[in-house]
Design a protein around this ligand. Structure first.
Ligand SMILES: CC(C)(COP(=O)(O)OP(=O)(O)OC[C@H]1O[C@@H](n2cnc3c(N)ncnc32)[C@H](O)[C@@H]1OP(=O)(O)O)[C@@H](O)C(=O)NCCC(=O)NCCS
Length: 169
């Protein structure tokens, strides 16, 4: 399988925040943002693997800034590293200022997707080659995040998490 670059999977979803999607403070409801991020990440994982993909875990979500009703929100997702059957997807969320049109970063999240066949069995995906400095930074940290996610899910013993151990030694 030929290696791909993050730009091959980059997925950009832009949409408004409508009244039915807000909390009592008139800001975007967290679950609605999670759903938008999951959709964008799913498309990115599919573009990278060209297979059926499922969400395996949500590794990190930071709701740094509230997003008010009426905002124009852009969710940008791309594969940050591919392993055997799993892919880490990095998601950046931007909000557009109504008057200036300037975008500011509101939130970010990291999801893991797994490519599967029609029976739900994991299948291999192409490797990912980062190109920019930011892509390389995200690529290099991804193994550590994968190990942390597996340890938290009880799928890896802490003593086997070599990248995590290296952080503390
Ligand atoms: C995701 C799923 C396919 C993994 O199946 P599994 O039996 O654990 O398969 P494996 O152990 O072979 O793991 C497959 C890959 O997922 C990775 N993985 C599994 N759980 C993970 C987790 N919590 N965090 C990070 N990676 C994970 C494994 O490390 C492995 O990666 P690799 O092949 O790149 O090395 C399976 O758990 C599943 O189908 N879950 C339901 C998915 C779903 O319905 N999502 C929507 C939620 S409603």
């Amino acid at each position: 399988m030929q290696a791909k670059n993050p730009k091959d999977s980059r997925t950009i979803l832009t949409d408004l925040v409508l009244p039915s999607e807000t909390n009592p403070l008139n800001n975007l409801f967290g679950g609605e943002l999670l759903a938008r991020m999951d959709r964008a990440a799913s498309i990115a994982a599919r573009r990278h693997s060209r297979r059926i993909v499922v969400t395996a875990s949500v590794n990190n979500v930071a709701f740094n800034k509230a997003i008010p009703l009426g905002s124009v929100v852009t969710v940008e997702a791309a594969v940050s590293r591919a392993f055997k059957s799993s892919m880490e997807i990095f998601i950046d969320v931007w909000v557009e200022d109504r008057e200036s049109g300037k975008r500011s970063r509101a939130n970010e999240a990291i999801y893991t997707f797994v490519a599967v066949d029609e029976t739900g069995t994991p299948v291999n995906v192409p490797e990912l080659t980062p190109e920019t400095e930011l892509e390389t930074e995200r690529y290099e940290a991804a193994l550590r995040r994968k190990q942390l996610s597996l340890v938290l899910a009880g799928k890896m013993k802490p003593k086997d998490a070599t990248e995590l151990k290296a952080l503390f030694e």
